[in-house]
Design a protein around this ligand. Structure first.
Ligand code: PMP
Length: 448
């Protein structure tokens, strides 16, 4: 069935595949009628969630689901400090960047302090990660005079017209731009001992040469610094350096997309690029920035933005509004006060260790990898050939959903469990995840 119906999202709900019950079916029908055909639901039996609290999502019957997938509410659902900051600010003043306001300046000072030692000098705000990457591309074009873009093969950078053209994970039905080149993702598990840094550098160099051969001047190399949709591929520290040098040599910018890894998830730094000792021209950020409040943005060097800023006016009605800025400041306060970067490292290591220990019992586990509170579990039908097992992956995701644990899958082969819990996950919750995964893998194997 999955071969005939491709809803082009890993783990998309497929109508008719499972009995969802009359009430859920009626809500799905109503939603389709009202929202139209472009939206996707997750899981064979979609969830109807009414409340969130810490790492938990709760449905209308009071059933609790451990949410280890949602890296927007990275401090946990409805974190009291963020809720309080939003309520206080929305009751005081909700307005835009055309008035002077302290909070946006405090936010800029605090964020720019996290990248001290780089050339990143300014903060610009948007509402979504897609807008941040769209703006990054506009700036790169102005700065370089080029249009060419290099991305990894299953990258996702956003939904706008410009950005969807360099988001190959959207699938075959969304055209890549003729100015876009894809390079293989740095998949250590499939590298057969080849140096990942050398290989990635060579692939980026080849993409630059191909752009030039077609008369296209490179504008930017953009990577998610943990390669999330490519399968959660942090790679060794420093391995991106050669590729970044290559794009700069060719006159292009290096854009670090920190929408997924940013705000401490990697457990060692605030930003994924910092592990590689890099100084990007542009850093884009989003998702966890407001713990649910829509705020995203960019940090840019003076050099990257100078020409764009002189020639163009930037205004975005909601971006940088006082309420979103207050939420983002509360997020930074919480990361600091709850020591969440260190916590992500500690609990993330427990999670990876617990899952890796299951590999002795479950042949399907080919690789367990990740960094901080970011884990990828690659499921294979044969450890020797490392062949992707998409069916088992989908079964495990849905079995876990039935056991009250929410995650999803990613990567080219749709066979990598993507685990991104809130940074506040506890050791007890790690034990629940490991036990649930143990059971789900056993059930999937016996059903298969
Ligand atoms: N970049 C990356 C790496 C992402 O994962 C996403 C969202 N999944 C985006 C950009 C786009 O962010 P948004 O959905 O806020 O537009």
């Amino acid at each position: 069935m999955s071969g005939t119906i491709d809803l082009n999202m890993v783990n998309a709900y497929i109508p008719g595949r499972a009995d969802v019950g009359a009430e859920t079916a009626a809500t799905i029908d109503r939603r389709n009628r009202l929202l139209g055909p472009a939206y996707r639901l997750m899981y064979e039996r979609p969830l109807h969630i009414v409340r969130g609290e810490g790492a938990w999502l709760i449905d209308g019957d009071g059933r609790r689901y451990l949410d280890i997938y949602n890296n927007v509410t990275s401090l946990g659902h409805c974190h009291p400090r963020v809720v309080e900051a939003i309520c206080r600010q929305v009751a005081t003043l909700a307005t835009n960047t055309r008035y002077l306001h302290e909070t946006i300046l405090e936010l800029a000072e605090r964020l720019l302090a996290t990248v001290a030692g780089t050339d990143l000098a300014h903060l610009m705000l948007t509402c979504t990660g897609s807008e941040a990457n769209d703006l990054a591309y506009r700036m790169a074009k102005v700065r370089t005079g080029g249009t060419g873009i290099i991305v990894t093969e299953t990258a996702y950078h956003g939904f706008t017209d410009a950005v969807s053209q360099f988001s190959p994970s959207l699938g075959m039905s969304v055209d890549l731009g003729s100015h876009v080149r894809v390079v293989p993702a740095p998949r250590a598990y499939h590298a057969d001992g080849v140096d990942l840094g050398d290989r990635f550098t060579c692939d980026v160099e080849a993409a630059i040469a191909d752009l030039k051969r077609h008369g296209i001047k490179p504008a930017m190399l953009i990577v998610d610094t943990v390669f999330t949709s490519d399968g959660v591929l942090p790679g060794p520290a420093g391995f991106l350096k050669g590729a970044v040098a290559a794009i700069r040599q060719a006159g292009g910018l290096f854009v670090a997309d920190e929408v997924q890894p940013g705000f401490g998830r990697t457990g060692d730094h605030m930003w994924g690029f910092q592990r590689h000792g890099l100084s990007p021209d542009v850093v884009t950020m989003g998702k966890p920035m407001g713990n649910g409040q829509p705020i995203a943005g960019l940090m840019v060097t003076q050099d990257a933005v100078a020409r764009f800023g002189a020639d163009s006016r930037y205004f975005n009605t909601f971006a940088g509004n006082t309420v979103s800025c207050a939420a983002a400041v509360a997020v930074l306060d919480t990361i600091e006060q709850e020591d969440l970067i260190a916590h992500a490292a500690k609990i993330g290591a427990e999670l990876r260790g617990g899952i890796a220990a299951l590999a002795g019992r479950h042949e399907a586990i080919g690789d367990v990898r990740g960094i901080g509170m970011f884990v990828g579990v690659e499921l294979v039908s044969d450890r020797l050939t490392r062949r992707a097992d998409r069916e088992t992956t989908s079964r495990v995701v849905n079995l876990l959903r039935d056991k009250g644990i929410l995650l999803s899958a990613c990567a080219n082969g749709h066979n990598v469990l993507k685990i991104r819990p809130p940074l506040v996950l506890t050791s007890e919750q790690v034990a629940m995840v490991v036990q649930g995964l143990d059971e789900a893998l056993a059930e999937a194997a016996s059903a298969g």
